[in-house]
Design a protein around this ligand. Sequence first.
Ligand SMILES: NC(=O)c1ccc[n+]([C@@H]2O[C@H](COP(=O)([O-])OP(=O)(O)OC[C@H]3O[C@@H](n4cnc5c(N)ncnc54)[C@H](OP(=O)(O)O)[C@@H]3O)[C@@H](O)[C@H]2O)c1
Length: 232
Amino acid sequence: MKSYLVVGGSSGIGKQIAEMLYMEGHRVFATYCRNKKESKDRLSYHYLDVTSDEVDFAFLPARLDGVVYCPGSLRLRPFNRTALADYEADYRLQVVGALKVLQHVVPLMKENGRGSVVLFSSVAAGRGFPFHASVAACKGAIEGLTKALAAELAPVIRVNCVAPSLTNTPLTAGLLNSEEKLRQHSGRHPLQRVGEAQDIAAAAMFLLGDHAGWVTAQTMHVDGGLSAIALP
Ligand SMILES: NC(=O)c1ccc[n+]([C@@H]2O[C@H](COP(=O)([O-])OP(=O)(O)OC[C@H]3O[C@@H](n4cnc5c(N)ncnc54)[C@H](OP(=O)(O)O)[C@@H]3O)[C@@H](O)[C@H]2O)c1
C-alpha cells in the first residue's frame, strides 16, 4: 500500500484520481477547499486553501509516494479586459500554490526514497486559443516547472504533467450546459467528444504508478487529438 496526496481531490479530475487510488488499495490524503467531503477509512479528506498564507500540512504522514496537484481556474476573457489582479489570482492558485505544496512534500518523498509528482497543464499551453491568455500563461509555467523539477529531483522523484482539453467537470459546467454547446465543443475534437474525468485520471494514474517508472519531465496530452491533429 502506497500513500498519496491529492490536492483538490473534492471535485472533477482530482476526485476521480482520489477514488481510483483508493480502489487500488492505497492510502489517500485528499484535500477540499469550498466543498467539504466526508472521509472513509483509507481515503481521508482535509481542508486546504493553497492561496492562504498559512497552509497546515499537519495531516500528512512522514513519507509520501506521490502527489497530484489539481487546483485550477478557467477565466476566458479578452486579454485587455482581464485585470492584472485576476491574472495574479490565477497564477497564485495554479503556480504559486503548486510551488507551496511541492516545497512541503518533496522532502516527504525524498524520505520515502522515491516519489512521483503529477501536475496539470492544459491544451491551451501548447496551442493558441483566443481569450485563454491567463490559463495559457499559468499552464506554460507549469510545463516549465515540470521539466526543471524533474531535472533537479531525478533519480529519486519523477515529475510529469497532464495537459487535457475540455473535460466535463464542475470547472467547465458553464461551457457544456446545453446540447448545442456540447455538440459544438465535441465537434472541435478529432475524437468527436469532450473529455470525461476518467479519461484524464487514467493518464494521471499511469504517471503516478510503477508502469511509468522510466517516464519523467513529460507533458502527456490527453485531448481527443486536439493538440496534434488538424480537422479537414
Ligand atoms: N476540466 C477541464 O476542461 C480542464 C482542461 C484543461 C486543464 N484542466 C486542469 O485540470 C485540473 C483539474 O481541473 P477540474 O476540471 O477537475 O477542476 P475542478 O472540478 O474545479 O476541481 C478543482 C479542485 O481544486 C480545488 N481547489 C480550488 N481552489 C482551491 C484552493 N484555493 N486551494 C485548494 N484547493 C482548491 C477544488 O476544491 P473545492 O471544490 O472543494 O473548492 C477542487 O477539488 C486543473 O488544474 C485544470 O486547470 C482542466
